[in-house]
Design a protein around this ligand. Sequence first.
Ligand code: HGY
Ligand code: MN
Ligand code: MN
Ligand code: MN
Length: 396
Amino acid sequence: MTFQQLWAETQPVGRADRWGGYHRILGSSAELELREWFVGAAASRGMHVEVDRAGNHWAWLGDPDAARDRGQRPLVVGSHLDSVPGGGAFDGALGVVSAFAAIDQLTDEGQMPAAPVAVVSFAEEEGSRFGITCLGSRVLMGSLPREEALALRDPDGVTMAEALRASGADPDAFGPDPEATARIGTYVELHIEQGRGLADLDRPVAVGSAIRPYGRWRLVLQGEGNHAGTTRMVDRQDPMLVLAEVVRRTCEAALARDCVATIGKLHVDPNAANAIPARVTAWLDARGPDEALVHEVAAEVAAIEGVDSVQDFFTSRESFDGPLAESLAELLDDAPVLESGAGHDAGTMAAAGVPSAMLFVRNPTGVSHSPQEHADEADCVEGVRALAQVIRQVAS
Ligand code: HGY
Ligand code: MN
Ligand code: MN
Ligand code: MN
C-alpha cells in the first residue's frame, strides 16, 4: 500500500472532538483499535506478530531466530502509536505507518532484503497514563525495574499491575525480555520533527544525532483546605500562591540556563471553585543542553518555600551511533544531522547499547504535542523513501 492509503487507515482513530487533537492513551479504545490495526497490517503482509513481556508489539518479516543462528542480527524499524492527551496526528503514528509503507515500497520494487526485518510499536511512549515516558522500551530493556513500573498509578489510582490484570495479562510475566531484545541488531525510528530545524534548513528529512537530557519532577505544594467564602485572606495557607511562584521561577531558571522547562500538568485537591486548595501537585518537565543545567533548574524550583519535590525520572543525553548516523546522512543525499529536544524510544535503545538511529521528517511550524502538529504529505512520502533506502542498506 502507499503511504497515503496506510495513513488514511489510521487517521480517524482516536481523534477527539473537543480540541481536534488525538487521544490515544494506553488501554483506551483508540489505542486498542490502533493495536488491532497494527496486527491486521502485519498479518496482511505475512508478518508474524509478537507481544513482548513489556507489552510492545512486534511484526516480523522473516524469522529472527533463524537469522540469529546464521549470526545475523536484524534491523528493527518503528515508533509508537500512543499520544499525549489532545496530541497531533503524526507523533509516533508516522513512524509506524512509514515503516509498513517503506516495506511495501521495497516489496513492490523487488528490493526488499531477504534478511528479517521487524516493525515495532512501543507501548506508552508518551507516559500519558502512567507518568513515565518510553515506559514500554524502558521496561523491555531493563532500565526501569519491573517492580517500579508495576507500582505506577494512573490518574484514577489504578496501578500498572491492576491494569495488566484487567486487560487479561499476567503481571508476573511483565518485565524485561532478553529473548526479544537479543533479536534487535539495529533500531531505526522515523519521527516527525518536533521543532523547526528542518523548516529553517529547507530540507525534508534529517538524521538524528542525540537526544537532549530530560527530567521530570513531581512538585507537591501543601496548603490548608478551607472555605472560599468564610476564610479571611490573612488566615489562609493557599498552595496556589506557591504555584504562581513556581511557574514564574521555572521560566526564569530555564531562561537563565539555555534550558526549556514547563509546568504542563496540575492536580488540584479538592479542585472546587469554592474551596481553597488543600494541595496542588504540579509536574515540572525540564530539558537542556547538559545534565547539570537541567538539574540546576529543578533544584532552583525545588528550593522555593512550600515545595516538596520528587524526581519521577531523569534521562541522560543519549547519543545515537555516530558512524551509523554519518552513513545514513550520506546515503540520504547529505541529509542534515540534528539533535532532538524530544525523547524517543530510540534513546532507550541507544542507552542500552543497541546501535540506533533516527530519521526526522520536516514539520513546517515545528508545533507538536498539539492538534496543530503537521507534516506535508510530500515530506512524509520523502520520509518513507528515505526509510526504504535505510532498510535496503542496513538490513541486507
Ligand atoms: O519527549 C517526550 O515528551 C516524549 O518522550 N515523547
Ligand atoms: Mn510525543
Ligand atoms: Mn513520539
Ligand atoms: Mn456549604
